[in-house]
Design a protein around this ligand. Structure first.
Ligand code: DQA
Length: 149
C-alpha cells in the first residue's frame, strides 16, 4: 500500500497559536506541518499537508487520497461533530484513517463528545496537543509496515 499520507485540517485550525491558546497552545499550523514532515521522514512516509475552512475542500482532498494514498490523518475541527459528508467521503477511502484532536474533547462541552469521524477511524488521538499528529503518523507507518510484512 502507498506510503503517501494526507494530513488534513479543518476549520479555524489556520488560527492555531492565536485562538484560545489556553486550549490549543501556542504552536502554529506551520509548526504542526514541520513536525509532521519530521516524523514522516523518520518513518519513510510522504505527506500532503492541507488546511481548509471549507467542508467541500476537505472532501475533495479525501477523494484525491482515494487514488493515491495509504493513509489519512484528519483533524476536522468542528466538522468532526457535524459532518456526515466527511464521514461518507472517508468511508469511500480504503486506506488507514487516524483522527486527531489537539484538545481533550471529552473534557469539554458535551457537543464535542460525539464524532462522526470516529465511526470510520482506525484510531483516535485526543488531548496530546500537536504531538498527536506525529503519533498518528507513527501509527499509520506501523500499520503499513504490518501490511507489508
Ligand atoms: C479540535 C476540537 C474541536 O471540537 C474543535 O471544534 C476544533 C479543534 C481539536 O483539535 O481539539 O476546532 O478538533
Amino acid at each position: 500500500m502507498s506510503r503517501l499520507v494526507y494530513v488534513l485540517n479543518g476549520p479555524n485550525l489556520n488560527l492555531l497559536g492565536k485562538r484560545q491558546p489556553h486550549i490549543y497552545g501556542h504552536d502554529t499550523m506551520e509548526d504542526v506541518e514541520a513536525d509532521c514532515r519530521k516524523v514522516a521522514k523518520a518513518h519513510g512516509l510522504e505527506i500532503r499537508y492541507h488546511q481548509s475552512n471549507r467542508e467541500y475542500e476537505l472532501i475533495d482532498w479525501i477523494h484525491e487520497a482515494r487514488e493515491t494514498a495509504g493513509g489519512i490523518v484528519i483533524n476536522a475541527g468542528a466538522f468532526t461533530h457535524t459532518s456526515v459528508a466527511i464521514l461518507d467521503a472517508l468511508n469511500a477511502f480504503d486506506g488507514i484513517v487516524m483522527e486527531v484532536h489537539i484538545s481533550n474533547v471529552h473534557k469539554r462541552e458535551s457537543f464535542r463528545h460525539h464524532s462522526y469521524i470516529s465511526l470510520r477511524a482506525e484510531g483516535v488521538i485526543v488531548g496530546c496537543g500537536i504531538q498527536g499528529y506525529g503519533l498518528a503518523l507513527q501509527r499509520i507507518a506501523a500499520l503499513l509496515d504490518a501490511k507489508k510484512g
